[in-house]
Design a protein. Structure first.
Length: 226
């Protein structure tokens, strides 16, 4: 399996800043794709999300941009749009085409350089690098600065990243790609075992177990560095 690119017509490309520890990922569907959205949580950051509403005038999206950099990272989507416009991919408006590119960000300002944010140029690089081969996973693209297990602060957290998988259900393929930047732990769904998450101390290999910690104390916010 190649991941999300197992779905015909989908291309994925990454751009990473390993000095600033951030990046972005462009998911291209240049022939257009019907999109939907479900937004949860109290600290979301998005752009052009209403284009995925069934009542919107545009029936398709042409790309999705996922980015680090908090709200600053939304700028990367303009780079994806620029590449698609150059390829004449987008919603026709007579005089030109307008690429429809919803975007979402994750908060990674506390792990690397807080002044490093995915830019329009990084968005262009990610879109230009997009291909339909095996999707690169881990600390790359939007997952470059992603972390998990932040209940005891970033010093006790662990690196996360971006991942993708495909399952076949009869003749259908269902594929997902996720940039994991979880407050809590990452569990094995089959056993419940913690795979990554909050550690009892910065140098420990022992997991604190976020659920237990949450039951025992009032926690610092996930933006804390302690």
């Amino acid at each position: 399996m190649k991941g999300l690119t197992d779905i015909a017509g989908i291309k994925v490309g990454h751009a990473s800043d390993y000095d600033g520890i951030t990046g972005c990922t462009a998911i291209l569907c240049e022939r257009g794709a019907v999109a939907g959205v479900d937004i949860r949580g109290g600290a979301t950051g998005t752009e052009e999300i209403d284009v995925m509403s069934p009542a919107h005038i545009t029936p398709h999206v042409h790309a999705i941009c996922l980015s680090g950099g908090s709200a600053f990272g939304l700028e990367a989507a303009s780079g994806v749009r620029r590449v698609l416009e150059q390829r004449r991919v987008g919603f026709g408006v007579g005089v030109t085409v307008v690429p429809i590119v919803p975007a979402a960000i994750l908060f990674d300002l506390g792990i690397g350089k807080s002044t490093a944010r995915p830019s329009r140029e990084m968005g262009e690089a990610a879109a230009s690098a997009a291909h339909d081969g095996k999707v690169e996973e881990g600390k790359i693209g939007a997952g470059t600065g992603a972390t998990c297990g932040k209940a005891l602060g970033l010093r006790n957290a662990m690196k996360a990243g971006i991942g993708t998988w495909t399952v076949e259900v009869g003749k259908a393929k269902v594929s997902a790609l996720a940039a994991v930047n979880a407050y809590g732990d990452i569990l094995d769904p089959a056993t419940g075992r913690i795979l990554a998450g909050a550690r009892v101390s910065p140098d420990s290999k022992e997991f604190a177990d976020t659920v237990k910690v949450m039951k025992q104390r009032v926690l610092a916010g996930s933006f804390a560095r302690q």
